[in-house]
Design a binder for this molecule. Structure first.
Ligand SMILES: *[C@@H]1O[C@H](CO)[C@@H](O)[C@H](O)[C@H]1NC(C)=O
Length: 235
């Protein structure tokens, strides 16, 4: 009686295991026209990708080496550039259009921070300027938007991979962005509008550079991850 119950139970267990093994974790590939499936797929793998656990470089934090922006009448050098917060974002849209080979890729971010040291030299209105300092830029509820062209190729794993060939990043002009720049040696405290505009322009350029780095990371991730391993629904 007791033995029978054990046999019955283990038989049931095996049946259950077989059942779940066949149904759970079954991957159904997304149709490229299925925007919801594509978006959910990208969001599912997003955290692993951002944290650099999928073979691509980590995107949080991101770092960029020193670079120079030639602004009108000002040479603006940024150093020790950091971009933090991508791991809390979510992919809210991935759209692929087969005709035209274009994509749309939007990411919603609750809080992003960009930091840099600056060194600016040149002319600010009628004033000669030569100053160093640092800036912190905070982006709240910010939507990162990319549109571009993609291509597909057969990878070393003999599977089809996607690649962003070109793209345009559009800043979110509705989001709240807070700029805070400080001079290293605080001489005159007066900060003109021109002074503020210069820093904001430089920060916009730097954001574009960070987004270029981000898209290079995306392409590295896509190199490691084939379409069938990325775009699927789990049943
Ligand atoms: C995605 O970005 C595009 C602009 O590139 C915008 O028109 C669209 O409303 C955005 N959609 C979502 C869901 O964020």
């Amino acid at each position: 009686m007791c033995i029978n119950t054990v046999n019955m139970l283990s038989g049931l267990l095996i049946a259950l295991l077989l059942f779940f093994d066949c149904t759970l974790g079954k991957r159904v590939p997304c149709a490229f026209t299925d925007e919801k499936c594509l978006t959910e797929s990208c969001d599912r793998s997003f955290k692993k990708f951002i944290n650099g656990k999928s073979g691509a470089q980590s995107s949080d934090p991101m770092h960029l080496d020193s670079m120079t922006f030639d602004l009108p009448e000002i040479k603006y050098v940024v150093k020790n550039n950091f971009f933090v917060g991508m791991s809390n974002c979510h992919v809210v849209l991935t759209r692929i259009s087969l005709e035209g080979s274009t994509f749309v890729y939007n990411i919603s971010c609750p809080s992003l921070t960009m930091k840099m040291d600056y060194d600016m030299k040149g002319q600010l209105g009628s004033k000669n300027i030569d100053e160093k300092g640092n800036c912190e830029v905070n982006f709240d509820d910010y939507l990162l938007r990319f549109v571009g062209d993609y291509s597909q190729y057969n990878g070393v794993d003999n599977k089809i991979h996607l690649q962003a060939k070109s793209y345009k990043f559009t800043p979110d002009n509705k989001a709240r962005v807070h700029y805070e720049c400080k001079k290293q040696s605080s001489g005159d405290k007066l900060k003109s509008n021109k002074w503020r505009d210069t820093h904001q322009q430089a920060a916009k350029n730097l954001l574009q550079s960070f987004m270029a780095k981000y898209m290079r990371n995306v392409n590295r991730f896509l190199e490691k991850t084939s379409n069938e391993d990325l775009f699927y629904q789990e049943l």
